[in-house]
Design a protein around this ligand. Structure first.
Ligand code: ADP
Length: 656
């Protein structure tokens, strides 16, 4: 044990800072369960609990160890007490024979018969003096039946008892009653304490005198001194007659009653000694294995507790008391208490640390479980969402496929419509074309008939001239059918660009018969090099529609006029086709691009021209719009992207 000792019950002892911090952590375990107001006090409460438990363990350890050590000390004390008792007993027994010896001596008997005889007294005195020296006693003397000293070993001393009346001494009375007197007292003459032994002389129950021997017990006292204990011998009155500490002598171990004090002052047993009360208080009684006198813990004037053990001296009313120091037991108990406290603190802190660790592990496990749960929830949601997404994706794919199919169908329908529109235009043109072809055919018939006649006449010059005319007519017819064939071709020729002026030429050529019939004033303001991004065949179809409508609008009007004007704006080519017809009616304006909307009589119009034209232009990145000109007549504006110049010249050279 190296650290400072603390009383086991001392709960105010400050614990080490380490312990405090650990206890604080342990206290946090139950923190969540505490009401809010108490949370701040939790570490303090834990500390307090720790201190209380440590204090309790220390106190228990102290008590157990103290009692064990006291029991061991008591065992040793019993042995010591037995030894001292035996020593005292044998010491006293050693002188028992002396009074008896006197009753046998004839010198004493002679003196008792003739107490007044000086010679007998002198002989008795000499004998007693010699016996006193030989026996090693303090004084030996003889009293007559009245208690008067007849002879004494100290007859020569000035303070001799000779002639004194000692009848008041209890040992005298005991002996006169036929008993062996045992008595401790303080001498009245020299105030010398001693042990008096008395015996009757002569007849036992009617003695003629009393023999008394006084023994000094100081040698015994001297033997007791120096031991780590106090030895007390108390007489029947509870007065200390022998003590290892001389200052305790003639003090009362237990309170003396007034009656007892009165009796003692009369018998002068202690020769007027004040007999103070020893301030010995009992702390607690101890259980004792001997069954007899119980051991006790006593303390003197608030001094350290001492173990008090008592033993009766056989044959007397005396009691031997052994007082031993309990400081060793206390030190051992304090060591045990400290050890118990430290061990308890260690175990508690270990428990707290284990608890904290268990809590951390539990929290980690819970966190992991929560994480896993969240993870699986997330996975489930992701799977759900993925399933939704793939379902949506499949739906989308199905929709896209449906769209593509619908678009294909639409495109096919559009192509079909375009073709239908073209065929309609061809149908419209067929009358004119038939007229166009009939003319050269009639001319051919006439010229070929004439040519035969000129051949018969041998006019070869005219024949050649006619043949040239025939060739010219056939070429013209071939050009007409070629243009028709080209117009009626189902799809474009793969080109992406067309010269605007050439498209207008071709359209007018196709509409030649109607142009000839209407005879409008044609105004053209188109740069011949201007090219647009569009399939030439389709551009031609659009222009045939626009010009055909314009011809229809101005047919039969006075001073028919059709004006074509092209310009570039913002990278786009704008071509306006304006006529001076009656313009667009309100209904026609609203439903212009509606399929099958026509105001023309059956057989002349299908109502598809503008619809298809707008579709073609939109596809090429352009547009078609219509207004009524403020000066009257309709004005259609065709918009198409301007084609790059280089490519245009190449493509354009091919056209026509
Ligand atoms: P269709 O010529 O077969 O009737 P379109 O789609 O080409 O079909 O024209 C639809 C209608 O638009 C015509 O029936 C006509 O009423 C009106 N329309 C077209 N162009 C003109 C124009 N230049 N002047 C007046 N009305 C026109």
């Amino acid at each position: 044990m190296t650290g400072p000792l603390h009383p086991p019950g001392d709960t105010t002892r400050p614990p080490s800072s380490h312990a405090a911090s650990d206890a604080g952590t342990a206290g946090a375990t139950g923190l969540a369960r505490l009401p809010h107001g108490l949370r701040g006090a939790a570490p303090l409460l834990a500390l307090l609990a720790l201190a209380v438990l440590v204090g309790l363990a220390g106190a228990l350890g102290y008590r157990y160890s103290y009692d064990t050590a006291l029991a061991r000390q008591a065992e040793r004390g019993q042995v010591q007490l037995r030894l001292y008792t035996q020593a005292l007993e044998s010491e006293l027994a050693h002188y028992d024979y002396v009074p008896g010896l006197l009753s046998l001596d004839e010198r004493i008997a002679a003196l008792l018969l003739r107490p007044d005889d000086p010679a007998r007294a002198a002989r008795a005195n000499d004998y007693l003096a010699a016996l006193n020296i030989r026996a090693g006693t303090r004084v030996v003397y003889v009293l007559d039946a009245h208690g008067k000293v007849l002879a004494t070993s100290n007859w020569q001393r000035p303070d001799s008892y000779l002639g004194e009346d000692l009848s008041f001494r209890p040992y005298f009375r005991s002996a006169m009653e036929g008993q062996l007197g045992r008595f401790y007292g303080v001498g009245t003459t020299r105030s010398e304490s001693g042990y008096y032994l008395s015996a009757p002389l002569g007849e036992r129950y009617n003695p003629s005198g009393v023999a008394v021997v006084k023994i000094g017990l100081e040698p015994l006292e001297n033997r007791w001194q120096g031991a780590d204990s106090q030895m007390l011998l108390t007489d029947e009155n509870g007065v200390v007659i022998l003590a290892s500490d001389p200052s305790w002598k003639l003090a009362a171990l237990r309170p003396l009653s007034a009656e007892a004090r009165e009796r003692l002052s009369r018998s002068l047993q202690y020769n007027r000694a004040p007999l103070p009360q020893l301030p010995l208080e009992t702390v607690r009684k101890l259980a004792n294995g001997n069954g007899g006198s119980s051991d006790e813990l006593v303390r003197l004037r608030r001094g350290p507790p001492m173990l008090a053990q008592h033993a009766a001296l056989p044959g007397t009313d005396w009691q031997l008391t052994l007082l031993t120091n309990t400081s060793q037991a206390r030190v051992a108990a304090l060591n045990t208490a400290a050890l118990a406290g430290v061990l308890t603190a260690f175990v508690l802190l270990l428990g707290a640390a284990w608890n904290v660790r268990r809590r951390i592990v539990n929290e980690r496990l819970a966190a992991r479980a929560a994480l896993e749960a969240a993870n699986s929830e997330l996975e489930r949601k992701v799977a759900e969402r993925t399933a939704d997404l793939s379902a949506a994706n499949q739906r989308l794919q199905a929709e896209v496929a449906e769209r593509i199919r619908a678009e294909t169908v639409l495109r096919q329908a559009q192509d079909g419509l375009l073709q239908a529109g073209k065929l309609a235009a061809v149908g419209q043109m067929s009358t004119g074309i038939a007229h166009e072809l009939n003319q050269p055919l009639a001319a051919l018939r006439t010229i070929s008939g004439n040519t035969g006649k000129f051949l018969e006449r041998g006019d070869y010059g005219t024949v050649r001239a006619n043949l040239d005319t025939i060739i010219g007519l056939v070429e013209r017819m071939g050009r007409i059918t070629g243009a028709l064939k080209s117009f009626a071709r189902k799809s474009g020729n793969g080109k992406r660009q067309a010269r605007l002026a050439e498209g207008v030429d071709n359209a007018l050529f196709l509409l030649q018969t109607r142009v000839d019939a209407v005879q409008p004033e044609l105004q053209r303001d188109i740069d011949p090099t201007l090219a647009v991004v569009c399939d030439p065949n389709r551009l031609e179809q659009v222009l045939v529609n626009l010009l055909g409508n314009a011809l229809d609008a101005v047919a039969g009007k006075p001073g028919p006029r059709i004006a074509l004007h092209a310009h570039i704006a913002g990278g786009m080519v704008h071509l306006t086709v304006r006529d001076n017809g009656s313009g667009l009616s309100e209904e026609a304006f609203a439903r212009l691009f509606e399929p099958f909307f026509t105001t023309k009589p059956a057989g002349q119009g299908l109502g598809l021209g503008l619809t298809l034209s707008a579709g073609i232009l939109n596809e090429s990145g352009g547009s078609l719009s219509a207004t009524n000109h403020p000066d009257g007549g309709a004005c259609f504006t065709l918009v198409l992207p301007l084609a790059p110049q280089d490519a245009t010249s190449k493509d354009a050279s091919h056209a026509g």
